[in-house]
Design a protein around this ligand. Sequence first.
Ligand SMILES: NC(=O)C1=CN([C@@H]2O[C@H](COP(=O)(O)OP(=O)(O)OC[C@H]3O[C@@H](n4cnc5c(N)ncnc54)[C@H](OP(=O)(O)O)[C@@H]3O)[C@@H](O)[C@H]2O)[C@@H](O)CC1
Ligand SMILES: [K+]
Length: 527
Amino acid sequence: MHWRDVSITNGPRPVSVPGQQALYGSTATRQIEQWAASTLPHHTLMSRAGLSVARLAQALQPHARCIWVACGPGNNGGDGLVAATHLHRGMQARGSKFHVVVTHLPNDGARLPADALDALQAARAAGVVFSEEPPAHFDLAIDALLGIGRIRPPQGRLALCLKVLRDSSSPVLCVDLPSGLDADTGTLTGEAGAARAGERHTLSLITLKPGLFTGTGRDAAGHVWLDDLGIAPPQSTPVSAWLGMQPTQATARLHASHKGSFGDVLVLGGQGIGVSGAGMTGAAVLAGRAALHGGAGRVFVGLLEDDAPHSTPWDPACPELMFRRPSLLLESDTLRNACVVCGCGGGTAVAALLPRVLSTARTLVLDADALNAIAADASLQTLLSLRRDRGRSTVLTPHPLEAARLLGSDTRQVMADRLKAAQTLADRFGACCVLKGSGSVVAAPGEVPIINASGNAALATAGTGDVLAGMIGSALAPLKLVDEQMQDRVASAVYQHGWLADHWHDTGHAGELSASRLAARVRPLAG
Ligand SMILES: NC(=O)C1=CN([C@@H]2O[C@H](COP(=O)(O)OP(=O)(O)OC[C@H]3O[C@@H](n4cnc5c(N)ncnc54)[C@H](OP(=O)(O)O)[C@@H]3O)[C@@H](O)[C@H]2O)[C@@H](O)CC1
Ligand SMILES: [K+]
């Protein structure tokens, strides 16, 4: 894979530039921190961390009259205490109307870590005001309660402070992590920070953590900043995940191209009204349109259980789509040579097609009802697992419930560790797995997973998943040696899907985001 290293910058910087960034979980971050601390004079890292927090706080709220700093029992609290001391000095110089209030919550019966104790003594010596309770009003809060240390369910004053932070309509700057957020999984302990009343910022220290970008992490963290504190992780430290921020570009196609240059996509899905009375034709059409706009040379659509065998289905908004009877497609070379997108609105009818599709398709994107059918049938799971050894490539695009069915678990377990769930599916089935949701995870067998950085809640509307499946289909259609490029290519499609939502209003297009409008805006990926 080709990921650009992040250059070391001086001070906090926003995490918003295009590129790809390494994410390190709590264990890796601790290794880096301990290695760095062993090469630097005592207290250096916390001094840098606290100064960086203070600088960002000032930049975010330069006119704040009252800054509340909530400091916990560990070194995260120490960072907060150093920041409070800097801010106190700065505000003291501006007059008596400006002040910093610290609420410090030592761990009952346990000693403060040495660095945090030094920071506490320095804050007291500097005359910082301490209060048992949060102030009634503050213009900015600094959340330095809990960082990458062990998190237990909060009680008492800790729980109260977390609630005040969670409910605050004033901006909150979280030190390293929103307190209570698991750095590795993006899950929140209890109610900590679950709601976002006001502006939220998180200054991640030394490393960016996966938990900031998936699960509840994105909502809890708000705008993410990074200060590496001048530390470059040693190359021997394993990366926990990549943050996928691939720039989206239109492809410059060779002049001497023809439709065969860009591959075929075959969509199998869209069960008709039939006996079930629930027609889902639109899902397959959306996937087909997205594949077409995504640059596939030809797109075939096979609607399942077509109710009107003597009529010819077609899509007036996209007459380029070529509708074929599934029975013909299953016997044609198209099944072997195209990238097959199977399952969008497939209903129960898709199960009957799967043995042939799983055995024959060269490149296969399995979505929605195809995934449900496979989850319910061990023989289909065996066929899926055999594909990789037979030189065939597969992408699974489950949402958390579909992932849970495939794993034989439940949604809560999937959401408790999204990276692990996606990686388990990828390894178990020898497939690339896109676990959808906030911070979609793109995992591939034996590879470091990618967390997608783009997208927003506007995508939480019917049909956008079908569009994504079609986009992935067109992204993979032209490739011959897909395995080596598959994860990057899929991640690029996932990124574009979110990017389109993030930039929805940039071009002044009328109308809110809908799946059909989204499909119409898809463009071929670069390369
Ligand atoms: N060392 C350095 O040089 C640098 C460190 N840095 C900073 O340090 C942070 C990591 O520090 P950390 O390891 O001390 O962990 P942190 O999360 O602050 O505290 C854990 C404490 O919380 C306690 N606790 C947990 N839950 C609780 C509950 N419900 N109720 C009560 N207590 C509870 C828990 O108690 P325990 O469960 O162990 O009894 C433990 O005492 C990191 O995120 C970064 O900000 C950076 O500045 C770089 C330089
Ligand atoms: K924190």
